[in-house]
Design a protein around this ligand. Structure first.
Ligand code: DOR
Ligand code: ZN
Ligand code: ZN
Length: 399
């Protein structure tokens, strides 16, 4: 099968060029001004072709909580949101903390229509598993209480985990960040702080220059909402870390401009609306379908450049987690692309979502700039609001 995307503007080498993209099987084989013949052609006139987004932080809930989401519905939401690769978190039921459970999750993930990878979970006593595990994005470390039962607060155990993995993805809040940095310093490994949400946390992350790489992830919900939104949304907008003040939100946007923020990821954490409205509501909000439209709307409002957005959502996640052949529109790279329409204005509507939980804290938001077509491994998996179910595959990593 070959596919030609013609007449669009291609995001390449940090700029936009009017070029055609020729795809053969699952690879971009030519980016050219010529019009080559293909089995199928997409006319991308007035549209922009960017690398498919790599969402480094999702909770697709499988196994164990498939009434909230599963790899098919979660990946449909991702595809509709211009995301072509997701990295799934280990706080499933049971948690992904040993090799056998990871194999089981690999089997379940085969129905995903976007490419996928996994963060491996850590516990107080699974160092032997961590040392053996292969082809994972990171080892996830929960230093703070949240959904699941994976919190670790013993420094000796934490140090052992940090010492045994090339990169840890850490849920740490407030001063826990300083504690994590003091431990990573004793190793030659890197650390990825998930969902940094406040001015203080951002300051803690980049305060000290150390030999290790310290990466900062922020989420759309912390960029576009503040604690004030709790007035309208109540527990629907409760997540960990909590929504913060406008001052904090401003610091995150500054971090995006000045380079202190390294990645944007959704922390897509679906729970049913019923669960969210209970007295003991769970933390988390879905986000795969709304991240790109929110960011493109911000591009239209000049809060962000397209270049920075592509760095934070495509190029950097592939670099940080060392994902092979993704994150760029480039000859020889995987044909994982998002075709976007910066002029399209549309409202986020709960009943149009593909996530199984079918609600969004951004319901009713009018946004300008939407993904219109998503291509994964050369297959069109999302087009004109419709999903086309084609199985995708697990990513691999550079050593
Ligand atoms: O709000 C959150 N929800 N924060 C987390 O750290 C976990 C996530 C979930 O799994 O529901
Ligand atoms: Zn977290
Ligand atoms: Zn999370």
């Amino acid at each position: 099968m070959s596919l030609l995307i013609k007449n669009g503007k291609v995001y390449q080498n940090h700029g936009l060029l009017k070029k055609n993209i020729f795809i053969k099987e699952d690879k971009i084989t030519k980016i050219t001004s010529q019009e080559l013949k293909a089995d199928k052609t997409i006319d991308a006139k007035n549209k922009i072709i960017i690398p498919g987004l790599i969402d480094g932080h999702v909770h697709f809930r499988e196994p164990g909580q498939t009434h909230k989401e599963d790899f098919l519905t979660g990946s449909m939401a991702a595809a509709a949101g211009g995301i072509t690769t997701i990295l799934d978190m280990p706080n499933t039921l049971p948690p992904t903390t040993n090799l056998q459970r990871l194999d089981e999750k690999r089997r379940l993930a085969r129905k995903s229509i976007v490419n996928y990878g996994f963060h491996f979970g850590s516990t107080t006593d699974n160092t032997a598993e961590i040392q053996k595990v292969k082809n994972v994005a990171s080892v996830k470390v929960y230093m703070e209480y949240t959904t699941g039962d994976l919190k670790i607060d013993n420094n000796e155990v934490l140090q052992k985990i940090f010492s045994n993995t090339r990169i840890s993805a850490v849920h740490a809040e407030n001063e826990q960040i300083l504690n994590a940095i003091s431990m990573i310093k004793n190793t030659n490994n890197d650390i990825y702080f998930c969902h940094i949400s406040s001015k203080e946390e951002l300051y803690y992350c980049k305060k000290e220059k150390i030999k290790n790489n310290i990466y900062v992830e922020v989420t759309p919900h912390h960029l576009f909402m503040t604690a004030k939104d709790l007035n309208n949304l109540g527990s629907l907008a409760e997540m960990k870390p909590h929504l913060k003040t406008e001052k904090d939100q401003k610091a995150l946007w500054e971090g995006i401009s000045n380079g202190k923020v390294n990645a944007i990821a959704t922390d897509h954490a679906p729970h049913t609306k019923e669960e969210k409205l209970e007295v003991n509501y769970p933390y988390g909000v879905p986000g795969c379908e709304t991240m790109l439209p929110l960011l493109l709307n911000a591009v239209n409002e000049k809060k962000l450049t397209l270049k920075r957005m592509v760095q934070l959502c495509c190029e950097n996640p592939s670099g940080i987690f060392k994902i092979k052949n993704k994150g760029f529109v480039k000859e020889g790279f995987d044909a994982d692309l998002s075709i976007i329409d910066l002029e399209l204005e549309k409202e986020v509507k709960n009943d149009e979502l593909f996530t199984k939980c079918r609600w969004s804290p951004f319901d009713g938001w009018k946004l300008k700039g939407w993904p219109v077509t998503t291509i994964v491994n050369g297959n069109i998996v999302f087009e004109n609001g419709k999903i086309n179910k084609v199985g995708a595959r697990e990513v691999s990593y550079y050593e």
